[in-house]
Design a protein around this ligand. Structure first.
Ligand SMILES: *Cc1c(COP(=O)(O)O)cnc(C)c1O
Length: 395
């Protein structure tokens, strides 16, 4: 019976390959870190992980996971509301709320689930969702699962957002939804303007802090803090799988009634397993590290500034950004692939992105800095960029 669909799938696979869009995985045999070992034994400096604060293999985080594993076991074999909630899950939810200055938090298996489960319980066909055109796939999917009227505004275009808000006055409730930091350009959502428009047009604001939590803003609370409007965002979704330890897990944090309704009705919460105690223990250790100190965040931002200064001085064309993502523009898709593979030969692991991941003729190398990078790592990367850049006549 499998024969027909097998041929159909094989055809699709070869079409993906012919279009040059086939994704393959690179196998790592070491822990995630600044320096990683690949399956062929090569050791390279990693500049493409979301390990912004260098916590993926931090000793205190591993210790937190170990302790929880010892004291609370490996798995919970249950969804939260049947018998899958331990004291440490409640403790983590409270810690996340405290960190962001919100009232309550609900944990999910991933931020993909947090975004997938946030809209449908809160909004229906009487309401409006106004979404940035470049929002993450999980936000787009979450909106699709909900019956609310959809409006889309051009990326970071506040005039267009205002136009959409005017149209959305036809609905009962409105919510503006944005990524806090956009992963391909590294630009930060204009949260001062967004919250001002939300006030003017009676809308809620939701932001997804996956690429900002822990380091954007003076104390790492994200774009709202960066733009001086901390406390004015209504709903925050985020991941524990990037800067905050890099394991797994997501959350939605906000006003207590919203979180209460999500606990009653959010499907990825109701029908999916509880986070493993080890993840929860590790995440609590992450908050111990970042709650009161900005050491890691400050080191990351120093690294970002150092890297950007030297790379732009060398003549590379960078997308303007203040995040930990540096988009080094090459424009040409083929060139971005050749560039990245030459960099790997030089011991620097970076990825070249091209259409359809980024717009046509906007191919680039995306560099992600980490607090785990030391100055000598940055120097080695800068040197390699200059060498390969000259060789390929980019600079
Ligand atoms: C990575 C990411 C997600 C998904 O987070 P997971 O916890 O890995 O599911 C959601 N939104 C944004 C903006 C992201 O960058």
């Amino acid at each position: 019976m499998y024969g027909k669909i097998k041929e159909h799938l094989q055809l699709q696979i070869s079409q993906i390959k012919d279009a040059g869009l086939y994704k393959s995985e690179r196998i790592i045999t070491s822990p995630q870190s600044a320096l990683i070992r690949l399956a062929d034994g090569q050791e390279v400096l990693n500049f493409c992980a979301n390990n912004y604060l260098g916590l993926s293999s931090h000793s205190a985080v591993i210790e937190g996971a170990n302790q929880a594993l010892e004291s609370r076991g490996y798995g919970l074999s249950s969804v939260r509301f049947i018998c899958g909630t331990q004291d440490i899950h409640k403790e983590l939810e409270a810690r996340i709320a405290k960190y962001f200055g919100t009232e309550d938090t609900i944990l999910y298996a991933a931020c993909f689930d947090a975004n997938g489960g946030v809209f449908e319980p809160l909004f229906d066909e009487n309401d409006a969702i106004i979404s940035d055109a470049l929002n993450h796939a999980s936000i787009i999917d979450g909106i699709r699962l909900c019956k609310a009227v959809r409006y889309r505004f051009s990326h970071a275009d506040m005039d267009d957002l205002e136009q959409q808000l005017i149209k959305a006055q036809a609905q009962r409730h409105r919510i503006i939804v944005t990524d806090d930091v956009f992963s391909m350009d590294g630009d930060i959502a204009l949260m001062d303007k967004i919250t001002a428009l939300a006030k003017k047009y009676d809308a809620l604001v939701m932001t997804d802090v996956c690429h900002s939590a822990g380091f954007i803003g003076k104390t790492g609370r994200g774009a709202a803090e960066y733009y001086g409007v901390h406390g004015q965002v209504d709903i925050i979704t985020g991941t524990l799988g990037k800067a905050m330890g890099g394991g797994l897990g997501g959350f939605t944090t906000g006003p207590k009634e919203i979180i209460e309704i999500l606990r009653q009705r959010s499907r990825p919460y109701l029908f999916s397993n509880s986070l493993s105690p080890a993840i929860v223990g590790a995440s609590l250790a992450v908050f111990d590290l970042i709650e009161h100190h900005t050491t890691l965040r400050d080191k990351l931002m120093e690294n970002v500034n150092y890297f950007k200064k030297h790379i732009s001085k060398a003549g590379f064309d960078l997308k303007p950004s203040d995040s930990a993502i540096v988009a080094l523009m090459l424009y040409d898709a083929q060139l971005s692939q050749v560039f990245a593979s030459r960099m790997l030969q030089e011991g620097i692991y970076v990825i070249g992105f091209y259409y359809p991941v980024v717009p046509k003729d906007q191919a680039r190398i995306r560099v992600q800095l980490s607090a785990a990078h030391e100055k000598q790592h940055l120097d080695k990367a800068i040197e390699a960029f200059i060498k390969v850049g000259k060789e390929l006549k980019v600079i």
